[in-house]
Design a protein. Sequence first.
Length: 415
Amino acid sequence: MGGGGLSAFRTLRRLALKNSWRVYLVGGPVRDVLLNAAIKDLDFGVEGDAPALAQQLAEELGGRVVTHPRFMTAALVMPELRIDLVTARREVYPRPGDLPRVFPGSVTDDLSRRDFSINALALPLWENAPQVLDPEGGLADLDAGVVRALHERSFRDDPTRLLRAARYEQRLGFELEGQTRHWLADSVAKGFLRRVSGDRIRHELERTFEEKQPLPALRRAAGLGVLAAIHPAWEKDMLTVGAFSDAFRESFRDGATDYDSLMYLAGLVYHCSPAQGETLTRRLNMPKAWAEVVRDTVHVRGIESRLAKEGLPSSHIYRLLQSLSPVALRAVAKITSSQRVSEALNLFLDKLSGVAPGLSGGDLISLGVPAGPMVSQILERLRDCRLDGQVNTAEDERRWALEYLRSVDNPKLED
């Protein structure tokens, strides 16, 4: 927990002790403290009015309060820190995959609605000598190293927990408890994920991509059939391709400077057809950046045979790749089995993409080039000459432009 998070925790504890507010540190932070793991976020449960408490906390710490009245929650958003405060509540799911209807409740009610026992833990901040509340047996499961769902309706109520199960299991080095595996498999087979909005599924995938080690969770989700339940293009045989390949995994060692979480999305769609890429884009309601990575990754795979040609001029590489997502290009460079393709992509990313003519449009007009389309055409030709080593300086470009103008018999030519 950073300094801002620690300050927020101490402030809320002080206020809770002073005012006897029934406030609890809940879920993941409690789990991570017990595991001596780094705390990413602070989540608090309140037996009372969480949005009102968030406003009081903002008066002490600053920041902006965002409330969600439907779910009786609030978040205090500060630079590099987000604090979530939730009114302790009960939940009722009208149908599998629907968002829940919520009602005020006790902390025990709140913990019983959670996804897994290891996240159903709470620490009362308003007590002088607080002890961890553990109504669902999470402490024993932490000791045993298992991820256990609280009840057989867990994955039916919220099918995004299917992805979360794989993520927690792999992040913590735990195993899915036997009955939980059975419930998970049954929920996958019954297609409950099909009833969940693309936005919610995309959010869970995004959180997986942002893990310190995303690949184990992706492998596990694929092996459990969870990814195939999102889209049939993501079948279990993906365990050796795309984002699951050993080459892709080895390319992301600690300290890599070219890492982008959406490279894992590129890895997932590398073997998709254009039609499959489009259906995935629609299914997950992808924002522009995601859709661009999907389409460009699929496109680059389709032109690998052209990129692999021996002696391909740099200007041709540039023209093939100039409008494509750098994230997609970097990912395909790591995934492709063709060394030539990888070299071409890296050459473009590291060198060619920044090449531009030394002359400007104004310089060309001063040489006698008529204002209009010919200016951009000559600039493109000059860039190609730069890329292929035919010109190296602005003076070289000036001479080339003058010769070109003579070749087209321009009457305005100035020497």
